[in-house]
Write a protein that binds this ligand. Structure first.
Ligand code: PMP
Length: 512
């Protein structure tokens, strides 16, 4: 029986749980380190406490002071609860797309939450990080946590997470698997375990497959809290100082589908409710375990619980609307509108322009590319890279050269306006959405997505352009049942998910 003298004592000392069911048939022992057992519900409580204690030691935070951070995620919750306990004011700047539940959670701990627009360029004063920094600079006694570059973040894990794993496995751990947001968890834990094992512990970073950490193209992804995406504010691709890449031996890239599926499997097969990045890490750990034998012990970090994601990864309507699942009954879905893979080349490809293009720029650019007047052009976030893949949340509107010309003829002053204003707004629709539930039957454009990636553009219920050849929908063929995501109820697409509002699509630099 443990008695805690304060909530701060209930941070750390999380248990290791042997994965008996998921590990069936695999030779090494696989242990999950249950970080949701920290009092605030995530691994970030450790970093929050460590950063606040370091700020106090360094004289940056004193009684009556204010803790400030730009974050929507678990770090905000950790900072808020530690601040509440120690009597500091907490002010959190969060992206407007942050799930309502998380904002409520921050407010429940007494934090002041300021919502900031999504996808604001890094150089703009309204960018989340700039707003947080300006607030801290103008508020006497305020301290900005800066988890991405704060050495007290990885230090928390060097001092606690790593030693706990070493002690609890009696020095038997051979492999560490963790997802990477700021890199604090993996860097601090790995540094300790490598030192303790004289360099023998192998470290695997589990990374969303578009994340640039593991070599991806930087497209956005659905799994919240880990990986590094390229956005207008991060196209320079500056990696956090908290992440010591030299400590990572291998990267395992994991798709959103595998992360979500593995999280769902853990709940249903092991009785363990875990979040999306836990699914990412666990999928990598299970893959790694196939290469190993009885002499190995794998420890996988479980950053938070599935309770935070009941309205997303564990919600059938969300899965359908994002294209990760289709209904198990026979209802006709949007997918039936897609061309067969062989016929895909008869559909024009999608042209992409930067989301903030002006009417003049867009029109000139389309002219230069020789795009026919009625061909639909997508305005999407410009990642400064080629658009290998487009995340539905990165697309904002569809325009045609004809619509741009009409705007210019109506009023030449529109040349400097954003082209998106003269297009048709865009709604992401999952391939599994029943046709009857198509949110924009007329007068709107929709991007049809499968597994969270944009495949095709629909205007007035008709496919007008395709991003890529349309892959077969993963189906529940015998022996492959684990790859299928079918949901029981057709037609339950909830509006908040269909328009992406429940996706915390904030730039990766503010997500941890
Ligand atoms: N998973 C979740 C759910 C998180 O919130 C975070 C923190 N952003 C991570 C994983 C990654 O942790 P770290 O910042 O220590 O790399």
């Amino acid at each position: 029986m443990t008695i805690y003298e304060s909530v701060l004592d209930a941070i750390g000392e999380t248990p290791l749980l042997r994965l008996r069911r998921l590990g069936t048939g695999l030779r090494p022992a696989i242990y999950a380190k249950l970080e949701f057992q920290n009092i605030g519900g995530s691994v970030k409580d450790r970093a929050a406490l460590s950063m606040i204690r370091a700020a106090e030691r360094d004289g940056l935070l004193a009684p009556g002071g204010t803790v400030v951070e730009g974050t929507s995620g678990n770090t905000g919750i950790g900072l808020s609860l530690v601040a509440a306990h120690l009597g500091y004011r907490a002010v959190v700047f969060a992206p407007a797309s942050t799930a309502a539940e998380k904002i409520r959670l921050l407010r429940a701990y007494g934090a002041e939450v300021h919502l900031v627009g999504d996808f604001v360029p890094r150089s703009h004063a309204d960018h989340l990080a700039n707003r947080a920094a300006a607030f801290a600079a103008n508020t006497p006694g305020a301290w900005l946590a800066q988890q991405y570059d704060n050495p007290a973040n990885p230090a928390a894990h060097y001092e606690s997470t790593g030693p706990e794993i070493w002690r609890d496995t009696a020095g038997g751990v051979t492999h560490l698997v963790a997802s990477v947001g700021t890199g604090g968890t993996i860097s601090g834990t790995a540094r300790f375990l490598k030192a303790a094992s004289r360099g023998t512990v192998q470290v695997v970073a589990a990374d969303p497959d578009h994340s640039t950490y593991g070599g991806g193209d930087g497209a956005a992804k659905y799994v919240e809290g880990a990986g590094h995406a390229l956005h207008p504010d991060t196209t320079e691709d500056i990696w956090p100082q908290a992440f010591d890449t030299a400590l990572v031996d291998r990267y395992f890239r994991v798709s959103d589908r595998d992360s979500i599926l593995t999280a769902r499997r853990a709940a249903r097969e092991e009785g363990l409710l875990i979040g999306g990045t836990s699914g990412t890490a666990l999928a990598a750990a299970l893959r790694l375990a196939e290469e190993l034998d009885e002499s190995h012990t794998v420890v996988v970090i479980i950053p938070d619980s599935g309770r935070n994601y009941l309205s997303t990864y564990f919600d059938d309507g969300w899965l359908t609307s994002t294209g990760f699942a289709e209904p198990s009954d026979a209802s006709e879905t949007v997918r039936s509108l897609l061309p067969a893979p062989a016929a895909g080349d008869q559909i024009p490809g999608v042209h992409l322009l930067a989301a903030d293009s002006s009417v003049r720029h867009a029109s000139d650019e389309l002219h230069r590319r020789g795009v026919p007047a009625d061909e639909v052009v997508f305005l999407a976030l410009d990642r400064g890279a080629t658009f290998g893949t487009v995340h539905p949340r990165e697309a904002v509107a569809a325009v045609t050269q004809r619509s741009l010309q009409a705007a210019l003829e109506r009023d030449p002053r529109s040349a400097g306006e954003p082209a998106a204003l003269h297009g048709i707004p865009f709604t992401p629709v999952g391939a599994g959405t029943p046709i009857a539930d198509l949110p924009t039957p007329t007068g709107g454009s929709a991007g049809l997505s499968l597994d969270g990636e944009l495949l095709a553009v629909l205007v007035d219920g008709r496919i007008v352009a395709a991003v890529a050849a349309v892959p077969a929908f993963p189906s529940a063929t015998p022996g492959q049942a684990e790859n299928a995501l079918q949901v029981e109820t057709a037609g339950q697409v909830d509006d908040t998910s269909a328009n992406g509002a429940s996706w915390a699509g904030e730039p990766s630099s503010v997500r941890a």
